[in-house]
Ligand binder design. Structure first.
Ligand SMILES: Nc1ncnc2c1ncn2[C@@H]1O[C@H](COP(=O)(O)OP(=O)(O)OP(=O)(O)O)[C@@H](O)[C@H]1O
Length: 531
């Protein structure tokens, strides 16, 4: 049993060993097969990968070639499109220019159409007028053909009507001329009622604050503007009280500093009219240096240019009343009681050409022998003349120190009017006088030439005051011959002449004394006419 068991065990162990060998062999075989399969599989995979890679590379090459081609094609197409776009833009531009051209053509056409329409309207109107005229002519032809009796009647009728119209026109003209003569008489009466001597006062404005303190000047009469009140300098009473009196002055008119030359001329224009009507007129500007005499008289819009412009206007209007005027101007200066021609300076140094005053007693007219007169047939000539006189005065000023304020200048305007219908004649003179500065220099301070000048100015201004005063009082003796100025103006101061004295006043406190002296002088002149 044991042997059987052992044999069995040997057999089992043999079988196990054989099985194990078999198993190992099988395992070995299997492993070999698996490795082989793995190798084959890997190789197949690798081959497949290589193939796929190659295919992918081929595909990529193919696709990139296609892409390249596509890009090239797109680039070409883009270029074509750009070219097309440029072409279109050029076409649009061309079309725009065409539209513009068409539009301006249209505008032109429309303007042309408008003009043509207007022409047609005008031609239609002309046509109508022509048709009317033709009808009239046809009527005339018919009338002429209708027998001479009717024609003669009609002609006589027309002539009678024409004569009647001419008679009425002549009557109206005569009436107009007569009315002008009457107007002159009435106007002169009105002027005489207003006074043949008038005194007005003008206060100039302060030109700059640096001029100094202003004087206390008031204008209480706002209705008639005829009063000026000046607060005088300080005065000490007998009791030692210091006081300032208000000094009232009254004139025909007082112009405050705000008044312009235009308004001042409004007051004197009636006197200019009187000169045109054949009366002699004198307008003086009196006052201390710098008070505004030259500004009022001969500045660009002063009395002289305004007066001449007014005269030109009126002369033109008077032509329809058969009046024709000639106007002549001269400009002289009275310096140291001697006459000088401001339009021909230096001529009087020749004794034969010295200026001399000649009076025509019968005509009551004055002429200055050897004095240059200028025919003033246009306003330009007046301006040129004023400029020349101004230049000549300035030349003299450098020679004789402030000559303009130390001499009297007289602008003489002679106006001669003739009426062809009535044979009336009138001769008037307008004298516009810018007097020398009226400030009183103390004689002790002035010497030599200056003293002579001062004496002459004081004398001539006092003499002017005396003459006007004597005329105002109606005195039998008027001292014209006491000064060159009054002698020159003799026929423009007396009789039915008109005189206006402007007293010019400075607004400054520093000039207060001169202001009061000037106002007193003017009051003396003004009161005399009321006596
Ligand atoms: N009403 C005014 N309005 C404005 N400025 C004025 C007026 N009046 C005078 N003036 C000015 O005052 C200054 C002095 O005036 P203007 O020369 O007329 O004085 P005048 O009295 O003529 O002096 P003179 O005797 O020295 O010639 C000038 O500069 C002028 O322009």
């Amino acid at each position: 049993m044991e042997v059987a068991q052992r044999r069995n065990r040997y057999e089992v162990e043999d079988k196990q060993r054989a099985h194990k060998l078999e198993m190992d062999e099988l395992r070995h075989e299997f492993k070999g097969e698996v490795d082989q399969l793995k190798r084959e599989h890997r190789e197949a995979l690798e081959a497949m990968e290589r193939r796929h890679r190659a295919e992918l590379a081929d595909e990529q090459t193919h696709k990139s070639r296609e892409l390249q081609e596509l890009r090239i094609r797109l680039g070409a197409e883009q270029q074509d499109l750009n070219l097309e776009l440029l072409k279109k833009e050029r076409e649009i531009q061309d079309m725009r220019s065409q539209v513009e051209a068409l539009r301006s053509d249209l505008d032109r056409e429309q303007t042309l159409k408008g003009a043509l329409k207007q022409k047609i309207t005008e031609m239609e109107a002309t046509n109508m007028t022509l048709e009317e005229r033709m009808r009239g002519l046809q009527d005339q032809v018919a009338f002429l053909e209708s027998g001479s009796k009717q024609q003669a009647d009609s002609f006589a009728n027309m002539q009678a009507r024409l004569q009647e119209a001419l008679r009425i026109a002549e009557e109206a003209r005569q009436k107009l001329i007569k009315e002008e003569t009457e107007r002159r008489v009435l106007f002169n009466k009105y002027q005489e009622l207003k006074g043949n001597i008038r005194v007005m006062c003008r206060v100039r404005p302060v030109l700059d604050p640096s001029e100094g303190e202003t004087a206390k000047i008031t204008f209480p009469d706002t209705k008639t503007s005829s009063q000026i009140d000046v607060t005088g300098p300080e005065e000490k009473s007998s009791l030692g009280v210091i006081n300032r009196k208000v000094l009232p002055f009254e004139f025909d008119r007082v112009f405050d500093p705000s008044v312009h030359n235009e308004e001042v001329f409004g007051e004197i224009s009636q006197l200019v009219q009187s000169a045109l009507d054949g009366y002699n007129v004198c307008i003086f500007c009196y006052g201390q240096t710098g008070s505004g005499k030259t500004y009022t008289m001969s500045s660009g819009d002063g009395m002289i240019p305004r007066a001449t412009h007014m005269i030109y206007d009126n002369i033109t209007k008077l032509q329809e009343k058969s009046w024709t005027y000639t106007m002549e101007g001269s400009f002289v200066e009275v310096y140291n009681e001697e006459l000088h021609d401001l339009l021909a300076p230096g001529r009087e140094s020749d004794p034969k050409k010295r200026l001399e005053i000649r009076h025509d007693e019968a005509r009551k007219q004055t002429t200055v022998l050897n004095c240059k007169t200028v025919a003033l047939d246009s306003p330009d000539k007046v301006e040129a003349m004023l400029k020349q006189a101004q230049n000549n005065r300035s030349v003299a000023a450098t020679k004789a120190n402030e000559r303009s304020s130390r001499s009297h200048s007289v602008f003489i305007l002679k106006l001669v009017g003739e009426n062809s219908a009535t044979n009336e004649r009138c001769e008037g003179t307008l004298n516009l006088v810018d007097l020398a500065g009226s400030e009183r220099l103390k004689h002790s301070q002035a010497e030599g030439e200056r003293m002579k000048e001062t004496q002459n100015i004081n004398k001539s201004l006092a003499c002017l005051g005396d003459v006007i005063e004597a005329l105002g009082r109606g005195s039998a003796h008027v001292p014209y011959r006491n000064s060159k100025l009054t002698h020159l103006l003799q026929y423009s101061l007396g009789g039915n002449s008109k005189t206006l004295m402007f007293v010019m006043v400075s607004p400054l406190e520093a000039h207060l004394k001169e202001t009061i002296t000037s106002l007193r002088f003017a009051t003396k002149v003004s009161y005399s006419k009321r006596c």
